[in-house]
Design a protein. Structure first.
Length: 429
């Protein structure tokens, strides 16, 4: 088994050195499709792990979060030199995943600490100074169920000046988490999100840390229809540090956004849009899977809500984006969304009132009219199609592109619209 494992590693290294950057270090077919840090020190770290795990192992890659590589490099001890974390399943202890802390010595990398995890995989890893000692803790969401986001979340703090880590008491079960100074006491906190269970509605819990102790300092219920957390955002509002939780609802085709902040009055986190009488957060429920974002570039996060006071063809919809101000949500702007082509177009209040929108499904083209005058067209084209046949679209101007689509525009020169204006107002999701 060890010879097979080493052969796979050698093959991956050979392919990587030959310029095939899509290959990653791995020891199983499952791991071959997982990304890895592009650092040139991967080979040395891999060698350190090979020496430590003489019985063999398979690498495990975090399935989500900001660190989705086989080896996670970060400066754990603030000495200006990166250490590495590796998650792996030992061949002599199948079904469990460990975390190795690997440090670069004078001559080679070595495993200096090993932590036995609390799951069969890793959903997420993050780093944050939670106990205000100027040293980042390691936060790991250990996968409880295969191919599920249910996690045992553990926080590991560093002992003394070594790279030995110890866990803060028991883990907390949840589906996602974020680290931020929620209660604004100059120390980061851990906010856990859970979809609940058959007997318990979705909820959020807030934990603070001091020394070697963990304290639960907040709890709030969330919309009862939430089945997964899709995006977590942190911003500043009149309420202080605020969290926007974009979540998928049970029907699988609609979203809800929970707005959470810490209330000194209640001495807890609160979700003011949630109704304890209905178990729902209806004000920010919407039919389109569009995330909250700073849609208008004013450094404030806005929430998209359904706007039905306009007649649009089936493939188009409208959103009213709102922001929190002085205990209420206020209108910021409107968008017209094309779900099929995954973009929204910011429109002014006057434009939403004056323009009529149509959509050609076969040509994947939106058209905007002011009475009988065509103002502009926006067309979505598969990037591969556009790259292969750019001459087919000479009457359009490219205003945006992402990995899958190129977005083209054509304007009526007799109107006040320009392709630059449309490029400033289009957003993809």
């Amino acid at each position: 088994m060890k010879k097979i494992r080493i052969s796979v590693v050698v093959l991956c290294l050979a392919l990587l050195l030959n310029g095939c950057h899509s290959f990653r270090f791995a020891t199983s077919i499952e791991d071959l499709i997982s990304p890895v840090s592009p650092s040139g020190e991967n080979e040395e770290v891999l060698s350190a792990l090979n020496n430590y795990c003489e019985a063999g192992y398979s690498l495990k890659v975090p399935s989500g979060g900001n660190y989705t590589t086989a080896f996670v490099f970060t400066d754990l001890d603030s000495d200006g030199q990166n250490e590495a974390l590796a998650f792996y399943e030992p061949s002599d202890s199948l079904g469990s995943v460990n975390m190795a802390v690997i440090q670069k010595g004078e001559k080679s990398w070595n495993v200096v600490n090993n932590i036995v995890g609390e799951g069969s995989g890793v959903n997420r890893v993050d780093f944050s100074d939670l106990n205000n000692d100027s040293v980042d803790e390691i936060v790991v969401g250990w996968s409880v169920i295969s191919k599920s986001d249910v996690s045992n979340v553990n926080v590991y703090f560093r002992l003394d000046d070594s790279l030995t880590y110890e866990s803060y008491s028991d883990s907390v079960t949840g589906n996602d988490f974020l680290c931020a100074d929620i209660n604004e006491d100059s120390a980061n906190d851990l906010l856990i999100f859970s979809t609940g269970s058959v007997n318990e509605s979705p909820y959020a819990e807030l934990y603070s840390f001091e020394g070697k102790e963990k304290y639960k300092i907040g709890y709030t219920k969330l919309d009862s229809t939430i089945t997964s957390f899709e995006k977590l955002s942190v911003g500043k509002t009149d309420a202080g540090t605020s969290v926007y939780v974009d979540a998928l609802r049970a029907d699988g085709s609609s979203m809800v956004t929970e707005f959470i902040y810490y209330s000194n009055y209640y001495d807890s986190i609160v979700s003011p849009l949630y109704s304890y009488s209905t178990g729902r957060t209806s004000e920010t429920t919407r039919d389109d899977l569009i995330y909250s974002s700073d849609i208008d570039g004013d450094s404030v996060i806005e929430i998209p809500t359904d706007y039905d006071d306009i007649s649009l063809p089936d493939k188009l919809s409208a959103q009213d984006w709102v922001s929190y101000k002085s205990t209420i949500f206020v209108h910021k702007c409107y968008t017209v969304s094309c779900k099929r082509d995954a973009y929204v177009l910011i429109v002014t209040d006057d434009e939403l009132e004056d323009l009529t929108f149509t959509y050609d499904e076969e040509g994947r083209e939106l058209s905007a009219f002011d009475e009988d005058t065509l103002c502009y067209n926006i067309k979505a084209v598969l990037k591969s199609t556009y790259d292969s046949n750019p001459d087919d679209f000479l009457s359009y101007v490219k205003i945006y592109e992402n990995s899958g689509y190129v977005y083209l525009a054509r304007v009526n020169s007799e109107t006040s619209y320009s392709t630059d204006y449309l490029a400033d107002t289009i957003r993809t999701y």
